[in-house]
Design a protein around this ligand. Sequence first.
Ligand SMILES: *Cc1c(COP(=O)(O)O)cnc(C)c1O
Length: 424
Amino acid sequence: MNKLRHFKKDPLTARLLDQKDPLKEFRKEFHIPKQNNKEVIYFCGNSLGLQPKITFSKINHELKKWAEKGVEGHFDEDPWVSHHHKGKKTMSSLVGAKIHEVVAMNNLTTNLHLLLASFYQPKEKRKKMIIEKGAFPSDYFAITSHMKQKEIDPKDHLIEISPDENGYFSNEKICHAILTTGDALALVLLPGIQYYSGQFLNLKSITHAAHKVGAFAGFDLAHAAGNIPMTLHEDKVDFAAWCSYKYLNSGPGNVSGVFLHEKHGNNPDFPRLAGWWGQNETIRFKMENDFDPIPGIDGWMLSNANIISSVAHLASLDMFEKAGIHELRKKSILLTGYLEYLLVNNTAIKPHIKILTPKNESERGCQLSIYFYDQGKIAFDHLKKNGVIIDWREPNVIRVAPVPFYNTFQEVEKVVTLLTQIFV
Ligand SMILES: *Cc1c(COP(=O)(O)O)cnc(C)c1O
């Protein structure tokens, strides 16, 4: 927080910060939604990222190619069959992986199922899974369905770690739960960033604890990918998956990213649910039944890529390549820090809220989750009426996510001014 002391609650400061922003030109590369012919303040990139302008032409290009070439498009000079190789370089740089440890395929929940099929292999005593209490329902459903399918009762074998009264998960508590579960623990599946509170967990330390007791550690990075740079390979994380439509701006429901550590990916005998697209590319089209999986996560692919939507993912990854995740993160720390600074130093707002997201910037990304002691719904409606897109979570929480790619310091300032109007 120290470096934020120079922020002043002053529109001049916001304007100056915007002027000095080295990434300011990127905003123009996105479509900003409008209400009543006026650009909205879009603080919902944690839910659905905005559309890069380039996306339209990228998709059109593939539609045109399909129209002109039909099936020949699979094997031309820019072949659809090898589509999944594209974008790997940028994906791997976002999460800190080797090229063959990442791929884009399927959707997030589908990939969680595939990874659980590989990593949840309960044996004798080792049957338990750890998640966080209040986990995203899809993750909870995925996990419990794997247990039930194996006739393991989640009531006895699913451990849900509780946060404190502010929604905070202490790393000590998580690691303690892992260590005390010991050799009864099969798998930890936790978020990178918890969707409700915006807390970024300590992936390395959780993974280390899991490995200490012989369990696997996997992470749902839906809210972390494209938000915070990570070092999955170095941290020895076993697996991870994320969607591409939140901070990765690839469009509603678009393809999911997967990470699989090479120590598993390079083992052809590692259990998996297989498909023909995971087959050794040199023999795939011989259509024979001996499965010789591609080394790395590619050996987990099931199907040929959905080209029309996947190119939107590539379009977005190109922009990440240009901007650089570390540059984006630098701006993000300032932008979210500025929002926090304006909120906690505002005497009108301060008595009515508490920020659930950790103060420590290394424990959070873009998002701040603001709990309202009172008038939360009124504040939400007021913001909405004034063209601010944010999201409401029961019972009393507004999640605000200024995104460094397309949001500005002046937008942050404007939102705090609007909130002040409620409480004066
Ligand atoms: C957004 C999100 C999902 C969504 O899953 P889909 O399969 O992409 O619909 C799942 N889990 C978490 C933690 C999320 O944040």
